[in-house]
Design a protein around this ligand. Sequence first.
Ligand code: NDP
Length: 291
Amino acid sequence: MTQSITAQILDGKLTSQQLVTSLGEELRMLAASQPVLPKLVVVLVGDDPASQVYVGKKAKMAVKIGMLSEVLTFPAQTSQEELVSVIRKLNADDTVHGILVQLPLPKHINTLDIITTVDPRKDVDGLHPLNLGLLMTGDPSACKPCTPAGVITLLKAYNIPMAGRHAVVLGRSNIVGKPMGMLLLQENATVSYCHSKTADLAAITRQADILVAAVGVPKMVTADFIKPGAVVVDVGINRLDGKLVGDVDFDSAAETASFITPVPGGVGPMTIATLMANTLELYKRRLGIQQ
Ligand code: NDP
């Protein structure tokens, strides 16, 4: 069967490359006049293969654009107290500007306690309750969670109008869904959240001008979930039959949507680029460098 893709691709790979190039240039200029370089420390607990890949990509990108980067790895049986003590040391270390604790953490560790231990001024992931609270109040000093902030950057790069549009966010996690809705609201979209208890899900998602899928269910969003001409953003990263797929069934969705993100090459690279942008921003704040 011949596949007819009508949707334009929202190219996260290209857009993220443009973003990191400009961040690298800014960093080079700053480095000439500043005594220290920005440093990102990524904390990885356990041996989840996907997390290892993500952490590797983040650290590599940081070095590529001229930052200092360190990955601290700990065995899966690391205790909560040990991890708290590591984070406190990083909080107190003046050479560290950004701390990222790779999620998910092993089950015996209380994730919220760990996120809350990170100094909010070094919280590059924007997941500390203080930053999420600032985001909620629309305070521009909030460090925004990387994935949803990366989605907004991508939509803006393609001049996708958000004001007055109905945005439906499929998923309500603290890391993606909830902040995604808040950021869309800040862009003056009318926002609906859907989740596993939503009744008649497709009837709601079909009302979306902008549909963001962040459910973690491979290819769940098929063409019948999508209003013709809608913009579809696929946050999902899932493995299916050895292949990386999103939460959207790309082939059918691309025949109905006007714009769509691919997986891979959509939201994933935007997340990493936004992490770099957040690290640079926190570094500048620490050094009192004006925009
Ligand atoms: P979570 O598992 O934390 O949240 C999933 C959300 O989807 C929950 O709100 C859940 O509802 C909802 N959900 C699950 N199943 C269904 C269903 N059948 N119908 C409707 N809603 C459903 O996942 P995350 O938010 O952390 O991640 C979502 C996806 O995004 C994953 O594939 C993850 O790998 C990917 N991801 C990608 C990133 C990137 O950089 N591209 C970064 C982070 C995540 P309920 O709350 O009711 O349980």
